[in-house]
Design a protein. Structure first.
Length: 247
């Protein structure tokens, strides 16, 4: 167990990410660049290749391989560790609560996740009607919709790419992400969430916010936001990437 963790300069942030994800690392690095070298982001992977509602898929998110990856990040003295994936949106928000507790106990670092960060932002923006954009299959999408309904957030409209192979999510183009967001915006949600950290939403979100006049909350962006908040870092230098960073 890693103990005796103290704050230092620069701030080192650790991200746990699916093995087949090719978006989250380069996009996070590009977004975080205005904070470098005072803040640097480091990644650890564990095996995730397919998103579905069967036992084999669910087992990819068992604690042991995630904690093993976290141990390696902890060797780098990261002060915050985030699960940079969105599995809690369909498995249940409590799964990320338990994971973050385990990460804190195991490493001594602060912890957060993509979905816990999203839910914090939905509360900050007082979102009750949400547009949902994902690459997932219809059954996964329905589970996400039900989980948000259970906490009083209505999905007013949704679009999904109907994909299950995690690598393929990165092949959904930025133009397609924009199109899906504009389509769900027709039903006048309070905000739009792009839920998947292997989807190319970070660089189009702010542009869409200016066009649509509502928060467009991208998973890669709000995971970074959550880590910076946990670390006590001013997010204003990243305000070009969306409303969340100006809060």
């Amino acid at each position: 167990m890693h103990t005796d963790r103290t704050s230092s300069h620069p701030t080192l942030i650790g991200m746990l990410t699916p093995s087949s994800n090719t978006v989250v690392e380069p996009y996070t690095a590009a977004m975080a660049w205005p904070l470098f070298p005072e803040v640097s982001v480091h990644f650890g992977r564990f095996r995730v290749t397919r998103i579905a509602l069967d036992e084999g898929s669910n087992q990819q998110f068992a604690l042991d391989p995630i904690l093993a990856a976290a141990d390696l990040l902890a060797d780098a003295n990261v002060t915050t560790i985030a699960w940079n994936g969105t599995s809690a949106s369909w498995l249940g928000f409590d799964t990320d609560e338990r994971l973050c507790t385990a990460l804190r106990e195991r490493t001594g670092a602060k912890s957060t996740s993509a979905i816990l960060s999203l839910n914090r932002l939905l509360e900050k923006f007082n979102v009750r009607k949400l547009g949902l954009v994902t690459p997932y299959t219809a059954d996964v999408q329905k589970r996400i919709i039900a989980n948000y309904a259970s906490v009083g957030i209505e999905i007013t409209s949704e679009r999904h790419a109907d994909l299950a192979d995690n690598f393929s999510f990165a092949e959904v183009s930025e133009a397609d992400v924009e199109r899906m967001c504009r389509e769900v915006a027709r039903d006048k949600p309070d905000a739009i969430a792009i839920v998947c950290t292997n989807m190319r939403g970070p660089f189009v979100a702010a542009k869409l916010e200016r066009e649509l006049g509502i928060p467009v909350l991208d998973s890669v962006a709000f995971t970074l936001w959550g880590c910076l908040k946990e670390s006590g870092i001013d997010t204003l230098p990243l305000s070009d990437f969306g409303m969340m960073f100006s809060q």
